[in-house]
Structures are given as structure tokens and as C-alpha cells.
Design a binder for this molecule. Sequence first.
Ligand SMILES: Nc1ncnc2c1ncn2[C@@H]1O[C@H](COP(=O)(O)OP(=O)(O)O)[C@@H](O)[C@H]1O
Ligand SMILES: [Mg+2]
Length: 228
Amino acid sequence: MHIELAKDIISLRNADMGYPDRRVLTEVNFRMSEAEFCYLVGHTGSGKTSLLKTLYGALPLLDGDATVCDYDLKTIKENEIPMLRRKIGMVFQDFNLFEDWTAHRNLDFVLKATDWTDADKRRHRVEECLNRVRLSDKSEIEVYKLSGGQKQKLAIARAILNHSKLIIADEPTGNLDVKSTDEILYLLRDISQEYNAGILLATHDQRVLKKFTARVYRCEHEGIVEEM
Ligand SMILES: Nc1ncnc2c1ncn2[C@@H]1O[C@H](COP(=O)(O)OP(=O)(O)O)[C@@H](O)[C@H]1O
Ligand SMILES: [Mg+2]
């Protein structure tokens, strides 16, 4: 008999993560299935960013097994890491946008870098994604003129450009006021549902967890535990 199981987009088995001279997390077991929304919480320095960096190939897996979007992190080659990153949408606390460029150019740049050669298709896709995050009217505005909340919406538009099935958000509301924080959290939740995208959202802010229910994993004592 063939049983269809929900597919994992992230699977860590006895994974050790951190830096060659310092293991930040050891023996981590964690899995996330497609379209799931999960929180990763824990105090500053508990290892949230280290875990996320391991997932997108910015830190090597030190021990154990890990797969992310069908890539095996134990055997992945250096030159395959850009391909892994294309599959993941990333959102950061400090936005990582080109401040002097317009909103449109920030997105078009990513499409160009990911082999969208047709200018009309690029323009259409950029407009679609700006429209989804309700920034259509800011298309030709330079990023430095946008508010923090608008910048993060633009970063989310960038994360969905290539139809990623996994969005990793590292303290996405860390620089935002309460109102923008709410907007960004609801936007991420809606996008997860609309596009069947898994979202792993790291935060040290307990208020963020109270917005809606989702699985919560806590980094502590060099490991992670699921909160019930
Ligand atoms: N480049 C580095 N080399 C060694 N240790 C580091 C480095 N960067 C961060 N760390 C340490 O790794 C631990 C976990 O940090 P981090 O993953 O950033 O935690 P969090 O995101 O939860 O605040 C901290 O103790 C931090 O000091
Ligand atoms: Mg961090």
C-alpha cells in the first residue's frame, strides 16, 4: 500500500550547528512540512540565526543530517548553494535592500540574477508581487524614502518573486513599530496560505507569538524543544 505523507521541506536529524570552533546547537531534531508556519523563539544568543544560516547554506552543517527543499546539506557542494538559496525566500530584520534603488529595481535585479531574460515577463512579475504586498504605488520610489513597514513588505515581495516554497524570516519585525509588526505578521501568514509556502519565523519577541497559533520551537541549552 502506498501512503502519501505530507512532505518535509525542512528535516534536521541529530544536527549540530554553529561555528567550527563553537557548536551553538547540538543534536537538533526538527521538521517542518510543506505550507506549515512555525515560530523559532529563544533569547538573544540562543542560536536562532545560526540555525537559519545553516538552513540556507551560510553555515556548514557540523554533524548529523539535514535536508532543506530536497537538498541534502551533508553532501551539498559549494556551487550548489546558490541553487538552494533560489528555492528559499529570505526576510531579515534590517531588510537587506538597495536603499538608493527604487522598489521596482530591487525586485527586477533579483529576477535578472535568476535567469528571467524576458523584460516584459520581469516587469509583469515585479508588478504582480508589488501588488500582492500592496506597494504598487511605491514602484518608482527609492527605498530610503519608504517606512520600515513598507521596506519589509518590499522584502517579502522579493521573497515570493520566484515562487519559493520556503520563507525564512529572521526577526522580520525587529525594527518595526507595533502596527507595522501586525501588518507584516498577517501578510506572512496570508502568503503562507495562498502560496502553500512554509514559513519559519525567528523572533525573541513574545508578543509576536500571540498573534496567531502555530507550532513554536524554542532554542535553549544548545538544543531546540517544541513548546506545547
Ligand atoms: N562568527 C561567529 N563565531 C563564533 N560564534 C559566533 C559567531 N557569530 C555568533 N556566534 C555565537 O553564536 C551564538 C548564537 O548566536 P545566534 O545564532 O546569532 O543567536 P540568536 O539569533 O538566537 O540571537 C552566540 O553565542 C553568538 O555569540
Ligand atoms: Mg538572531
